[in-house]
Design a protein around this ligand. Structure first.
Ligand SMILES: Cc1cc2nc3c(=O)[nH]c(=O)nc-3n(C[C@H](O)[C@H](O)[C@H](O)COP(=O)(O)OP(=O)(O)OC[C@H]3O[C@@H](n4cnc5c(N)ncnc54)[C@H](O)[C@@H]3O)c2cc1C
Length: 457
């Protein structure tokens, strides 16, 4: 009798180096490749217009790749994944359901519900914990705790961990005949404005980007990854978030190149955040290390920050990059997040929510925990440091080219005044339509430090 396995795709939307898909293909004669548009996600802030667009691109790309391997293509359902999978098990007689382990609160609830639903059907749920993570949560722990709270010792252990081989894409994937279902239009999943300059989603685009970057940019990464204008980072984060590119394949390939260690280290941060979230799912909303902060409620300043009109060009350029591309350079994220949580002393949760709406790579582990890191409520060992946007601009955008690219009002300003337009003669400033600074940096810093000292527990 012909055997069937279901490969339930989540954020592992790829053919290459996908242990979940490959295990399903090895376990059975036919694989039913399934994606469920989860009602819990569709109705929540998890799905934003930008991410819906990228997701739909990735689903189409996967569908094509499956068809090229003899499958009928991606089966799409909408509803509760547990209910939809159980129904397909009943329809096809599938004996196994293969799923990539994931560690957000939502993913853990989904896995539990699926396990329960399958218990009645007789089908087995097979979890794969090395599809989304390189080193999964729990694989390395300190002696006395269930997770690492400092990155450097974690990274050391992470590097020593044996790593699985990179897997080829399956060559053939025959599938059973079931109603296929349609990949919806992105607009029907999530209404609202999309960023005007979104990259193409999906594995094909992700692999092209990965290979291009590996060919050209590995040696310069360590020295130039903070250069805002140079834009020398991989920009692979959305592809890693949706699993269109495998983190294991990326670190394996980058690690073989001279200078690749610096990139490998950044990808380890991703696993570090995942192991923290897995152990403390509440950090999605609660401080990891609270200081008794009484954050300021300053709607006017928060609006200026969101709109990229704070009067600090480096902050405004980065905020406008986010809205324009659904992505922001890491150095920009550090500068803008420090400005919001420290100089303005506004709650990191407000900033994280705004980022999550726009970012293509927005995910609970990396977004919330990086925000907490910058706000000093997370794992930074120097929680009260405040980044000075002017010093940051001097170091990471010394010629002002990043600011000119994203803040058209300042495109014609030459010299250091591009970062300090208040130093321009009044008659020039009057023509710029660019705001005065909304806060004095020294006063903001002082206010933050006093509040922290006063409120620290
Ligand atoms: C306030 C704030 C919010 C952030 N929110 C997110 C988010 O929602 N999703 C997200 O993927 N990253 C987030 N980051 C981390 C980092 O900014 C992005 O991963 C990076 O800018 C993505 O660009 P890249 O792919 O070119 O990175 P590269 O420099 O090319 O790095 C390669 C990969 O390593 C991983 N990586 C790099 N830096 C970090 C980091 N600090 N933490 C975790 N993983 C990292 C990413 O997967 C990235 O794609 C955030 C950082 C800050 C300061």
């Amino acid at each position: 009798m012909t055997s069937t396995a279901i490969a339930l795709f989540t954020r592992d939307l790829r053919m290459h180096d996908n242990p979940t898909l490959l295990a399903a293909a090895e376990a059975a004669d036919r694989v039913l490749p399934l994606f469920v548009l989860d009602e819990d996600v569709l109705g929540s802030s998890f799905l934003s217009p930008n991410r819906a667009t990228f997701l739909v691109d990735a689903l189409h790309d996967l569908d094509e790749a499956l068809k090229a391997r003899g499958s009928h293509g991606l089966v799409v359902r909408r509803g509760d994944p547990a209910v939809e999978v159980a129904a397909l098990v009943a329809e096809t007689g599938a004996e196994q359901v293969h799923l990539s382990a994931d560690w957000s609160g939502h993913a853990q609830r989904r896995r539990r519900r699926l396990g329960k639903a399958l218990a009645d059907t007789g089908a087995e749920l097979v979890l794969h914990d090395e599809t989304i993570a390189v080193v999964p949560p729990g694989a390395v722990t300190p002696n006395d705790k269930d997770h690492f709270s400092v990155f450097t010792p974690y990274h050391r252990r992470w590097l020593d961990q044996p790593r699985r081989h990179v897997l080829d894409a399956p060559s053939r994937l025959p599938s059973p005949t079931v109603r296929k279902g349609r990949i919806p239009a992105a607009k029907s999943l999530c209404s609202g404005d999309r960023a005007p300059h979104l990259p193409q989603g999906g594995e094909t685009a992700g692999r092209t980007r990965m290979h291009g970057w590996l060919r050209a940019s590995v040696p310069g990464y360590e020295a130039h990854h903070d250069d805002l204008y140079g834009d020398r980072t991989t920009r692979l984060s959305p592809y890693l978030h949706f699993g269109c590119v495998s983190p294991t394949e990326l670190v394996s390939k980058a690690g073989r190149s001279r200078g690749g260690d610096a990139l490998v280290r950044q990808v380890a941060w991703r696993d570090f955040n995942l192991q923290l979230l897995a152990a403390r799912p509440e950090v999605a909303v609660e401080d990891y290390r609270g200081h008794g902060d009484r954050w300021r409620d300053d709607e006017e300043a928060f609006t200026a920050w969101r709109e990229g009109r704070t009067g600090y060009p480096i902050v405004d350029a980065a905020m406008r990059q986010l809205v324009s591309e659904g992505w922001m350079h890491n150095r920009g994220r550090l500068i803008t997040a420090s400005f919001l949580t420290k100089t303005l002393y506004v709650d990191w949760r407000e900033g994280a929510r705004y980022f999550a709406h726009h970012l293509l790579d927005g995910d609970v582990a990396n977004n919330q925990l990086n925000w907490q890191w910058v706000a000093g409520t997370g794992t930074d060992t120097r929680p009260n440091r405040v980044l000075n946007p002017l010093r940051q601009a001097e170091r990471f955008d010394p010629h002002g080219a990043y600011v000119r690219r994203y803040v058209p009002e300042l495109a014609g300003v030459q010299g250091p005044e591009v970062h300090e337009p208040w130093k321009l003669p009044p008659e020039v400033r009057a023509d710029l339509d660019y705001p005065e600074p909304i806060v004095d940096l020294a006063e903001g810093r002082q206010r933050f430090l006093e509040a922290r000292q006063g409120g620290a527990r």
